[in-house]
Ligand binder design. Structure first.
Ligand code: SF4
Ligand code: SF4
Length: 330
């Protein structure tokens, strides 16, 4: 799949309201994308499923093709994506050299997808070979994080450890803070453990992260806008701030199945009952904060088509730091 700069701008224009972009912001974005100094992105993959990359590419799936411009090209050309395991055309030392050149030029955004395994000196996750030397994700996060203008953690694994962090052998006593058999840390924890401080770290959790959330964050960074974060390093524009406001972006409060909205809303007693509240089946909407009910997911003919609860699946709290917790429906 290829993406063009034009596609990215086209997406941003079509989604201006959802991305919070005014007409003047769009003009600034167009100018920034066209300039030589547009920020470079180095996108690394660690302990995760690459679902965030797939989700991000879904942004462009419904755009009309522009000539032979493809999804990869929008990101590669417009957003200056210097390194991305899935999207880049080059491979091996050539690809690694491009990432190192971007590092030397400075002012790049490091996008991290996946948690950081730290057991076995990080060798549970070796991601590239540079000049004959094998490098782990842990090493590369520290090396590239140390010079990055900003670090963007996409997905819950990079943000908090997610599923790779939650599993540990049943024969072992559960640690107070689960790290899994490969010692997975969040990117923020790994940077701190390695003594690396970064000017800005933004978490965009979700399993996967919504592509519009990632696009929103990339746009804010390109425009140089200040991103207000909650105590879990999430943008309050997307996830609210549950420490000071338990209503505005709480999923339960905005769910059309909320029984507090009155009849005919009822509680489901088993899965598969349309339009009924899923709280008794383990729905975590009451303790989860994001704009999913309004934004929705997937591409319909006219835009995002559906979301978990409309599909009769309880919210599993995939954006929260304790995801997946003790089980999906608990
Ligand atoms: S389905 Fe979940 S989010 Fe919706 S009202 Fe019931 S508990 Fe709340
Ligand atoms: S509704 Fe819940 S489980 Fe579904 S994407 Fe949103 S936060 Fe994640």
């Amino acid at each position: 799949m290829k993406i063009t700069r034009r596609d990215f701008l086209k997406y941003c224009t079509a989604s201006a309201a959802a991305l919070g972009l005014s007409a003047s912001s769009l003009r600034r974005l167009e100018a920034a994308l066209a300039s030589e100094g547009a920020p470079t992105i180095i996108w690394l993959h660690g302990s995760g499923c690459q679902g965030d990359s797939v989700s991000f590419l879904n942004l462009f799936a419904n755009l009309d093709p522009v000539g032979d411009v493809t999804a990869g090209a929008v990101v590669l050309d417009y957003v200056n994506l210097a390194y991305h395991t899935v999207l880049m055309a080059s491979a091996g030392q050539t690809a690694v050299t491009m990432a190192m050149q971007a590092r030397r030029m400075g002012s790049y955004v490091l996008v991290c997808e996946g948690g950081v395994p730290t057991a076995f000196d990080g060798r549970a996750c070796s991601i590239l070979t540079s000049n004959g030397e094998e490098k782990t994700y842990q090493q590369m996060v520290l090396e590239l994080g140390s010079d990055a203008a900003a670090v963007l953690c996409v997905g819950t694994c990079a943000s908090y450890g997610g599923i790779p962090r939650s599993v540990y052998p049943a024969s072992m006593p559960a640690p107070a803070e689960p790290v899994g058999p490969t010692g997975v840390l969040s990117v923020k924890e790994a940077l701190a453990a390695g003594g690396v401080s970064v000017p800005l770290l933004v978490n965009i959790p979700g399993c996967p992260s919504h592509p519009a959330w990632v696009a929103w964050a990339v746009v804010q960074l390109i425009l140089g806008n200040t991103i207000e974060l909650d105590s879990y390093d999430r943008p309050t524009a997307i996830y609210g701030n549950k420490d000071i406001d338990s209503v505005t972006l709480n999923i339960h409060e905005h769910c059309p199945r909320n029984v507090n909205l009155g009849p005919p809303n009822e509680r489901a007693t088993t899965f598969g009952q349309d339009h009924k509240c899923l709280e008794d089946l383990g729905c975590r909407g009451p303790m989860t904060y994001s704009d999913c009910p309004a934004r929705k997911w997937n591409n319909g003919e006219t835009g995002p088509a559906n979301w978990c609860i409309d599909a009769n699946a309880p919210c599993i709290g995939c954006v929260e730091p304790d995801f997946p917790g003790g089980g999906f429906y608990s």
